[in-house]
Design a protein around this ligand. Structure first.
Ligand code: SF4
Ligand code: SF4
Length: 316
């Protein structure tokens, strides 16, 4: 059972969200981005999918995981403020469900990730029409998961799908309704196929020759999570932090090991790894694709490389 929100009560609902904690939503300045909302009038759901996915609120670019003080090591016990993310689309929200799978659903949950995850409520919006011609989420088996609430705009009201207790508390004042929210339809599609037989093929050359290893694709991807761990130690006091910084499989250093050997030493190997990790390896292991079809890595690629087109047309 879901809830229904009248169109005339929409602004009141947004204000209600803002009163509950730090409200984050798409805001347009020079570009549309998720930002802390100062005034609900600034929320912009009509200027396309925000440039950066919501991943940045779950996996910051840099964070201290351990403190090293006087020879002792302690976890960083950071208090996370309650945040409400409004206006994320299903591609980004499924991206968080994938990060949850990696950082939470194992014998050892990642403490820092868990704390942030527990402090964030996601109120998604369903796409009627895809925000960009590069979207291909319809091919990627998106699921209705990862959010607390999902809004679906209709002519006179919004249907609200309620998935969690935190979400239910936010809408308990609204009337109940049977809600049926359709998944988005896209014009672009990925022809899902087994890519393992193409691993050693020269099909990879065309795209990887254009790749400049700028790493924009991995920064903008809602599911890329590669990171590095470094100890930042003050040589005088010997105190410092163990920090996690976001990294990229497109970086040559990423697979460098002690002794200097680099496992993925060519652009072809690095490009092929990213595409296969997204479309094949993760699928084989977790039975779902790691790509959610948001299209950002194609739309904003420095060299306009379109891996979907290549897989569809060349990998036969
Ligand atoms: S691989 Fe590209 S299209 Fe797929 S989720 Fe990442 S950025 Fe979006
Ligand atoms: S954005 Fe394009 S050019 Fe840059 S690393 Fe990714 S695939 Fe290569």
């Amino acid at each position: 059972m879901g809830r229904v929100l009248k169109k005339e009560d929409y602004n009141k609902f947004l204000q209600h969200l803002k009163d509950e904690g730090e409200l984050i939503a798409p805001v347009t300045t020079k570009m549309v981005r998720f930002e802390t909302v100062k005034n609900i009038r600034d929320i912009d759901l009509n200027s396309g999918n925000p440039f950066f996915p919501i991943k940045k609120y779950f996996l910051p670019n840099k964070e201290a995981l351990l403190k090293i003080r006087s020879g002792e090591t302690k976890s960083v016990d950071k208090v996370e403020k309650k945040k409400l993310i409004f206006g994320a689309r299903l591609c980004d929200i499924n991206g968080i469900a994938i990060l949850d799978e990696l950082f939470l659903n194992h014998e050892y949950a990642d403490e820092a990730y868990k704390k942030r995850r527990d402090s964030i409520i996601i109120i998604g919006i369903n796409c009627h029409t895809p925000p960009s011609k590069y979207c291909f989420c319809e091919s990627m088996d998106l699921k209705k998961e990862g959010y607390d609430l999902l809004l679906h705009k209709r002519e006179h009201n919004y249907f609200i799908d309620v998935l969690t207790d935190n979400g239910a508390k936010l809408v308990r004042h609204l009337p109940e309704a049977e809600v049926d929210i359709p998944l988005p339809k896209t014009k672009k599609h990925l022809d899902r196929k087994d890519l393992k037989p193409f691993f050693a093929d020269n099909f990879w050359e065309k795209d990887s020759e254009q790749c400049v290893s700028c790493q924009r694709c991995t920064i903008l991807c809602p599911t890329c999570f590669c990171f590095d761990l470094q100890d930042e130690i003050n040589p005088r006091t010997k105190n410092g932090d163990r920090v996690r910084t976001i990294d990229s499989c497109h970086s040559k250093d990423f697979t460098q090991v002690a002794g200097g050997h680099v496992f993925r030493d060519t652009r072809l190997k690095r490009y092929r790894h990213r595409v296969l990790h997204k479309t094949q390896f993760f699928q084989d292991k977790f039975k779902r694709s790691m790509c959610t079809g948001c299209g950002r890595c194609i739309e904003y690629c420095h060299s306009k490389i379109d891996f979907v087109k290549t897989i569809n047309e060349d990998f036969q």
